[in-house]
Write a protein that binds this ligand. Structure first.
Ligand SMILES: C[S@@+](CC[C@H](N)C(=O)[O-])C[C@H]1O[C@@H](n2cnc3c(N)ncnc32)[C@H](O)[C@@H]1O
Length: 174
């Protein structure tokens, strides 16, 4: 189930009309009954997009003024690479990162501007919940929790996060 309930609730609370359309972008782009927007935003989605170019081109055709894409500087799971090595003996990459994403967009002929900044730390979920969440990402059972707890830095998940916005002009008429 897509994670859009929070966005719809926030829009409702702000009195902004909102609708959710379930589907994979850009596959559903042609069937989305929306007018081009002044600004199109895409928040922390690029990580799982295998083919960035059609994805960002479809965003561009929906925006009259600007497309703004936010993502963390490094892939959110890149920090788990040492644990993959320790728990499973599997080498995982140290990226990709926002610079690589920007290069791909640029190579597609889009004049992308990047802006990096820090966002405040999220309230801690508590060590046990953090460990359990990471264990699920690592596809391990709860019997590995103690080991994962020992391997994780004490302040894991609570620090400020470095994020990057990529933005470029929209191409929709209007
Ligand atoms: C890290 S969550 C971010 C959710 C929300 N945008 C936010 O910022 O809270 C990433 C979401 O992107 C969705 N997603 C990944 N690739 C997608 C695609 N090609 N089309 C639509 N959604 C996609 C995933 O299903 C997941 O719900």
């Amino acid at each position: 189930m897509p994670r859009c309930g929070g966005v719809l609730r926030a829009a409702g609370a702000a009195g902004v009309p909102a609708a959710a359309i379930h589907g994979r972008w850009p596959d559903i782009a042609a069937s989305v009954p929306i007018e081009p927007a002044d600004v199109v935003v895409c928040h922390h989605v690029l990580y799982n997009v295998a083919d960035l170019v059609p994805f960002v081109r479809a965003l561009t055709t929906c925006a009259k003024e600007r497309v703004v894409v936010e993502l963390t500087d490094r892939h959110p799971r890149a920090g788990l690479a040492p644990l993959w090595q320790e728990i499973w003996g599997i080498h995982r990459p140290d990226g990709p990162d926002a610079t690589a994403a920007a290069e791909v967009v640029r190579e597609a002929g889009i004049e992308v501007v990047t802006e990096s900044f820090e966002v405040p730390a999220r309230p801690s979920r508590g060590r046990a919940a953090i460990v359990a969440g990471i264990r699920r990402h690592l596809c391990a059972g709860p019997e590995r929790d103690g080991e994962i707890d020992r391997l994780l830095p004490g302040d894991f998940d609570t620090g400020r996060r470095s994020v990057t916005c990529l933005w470029w002009p929209g191409a929709a008429e209007g």
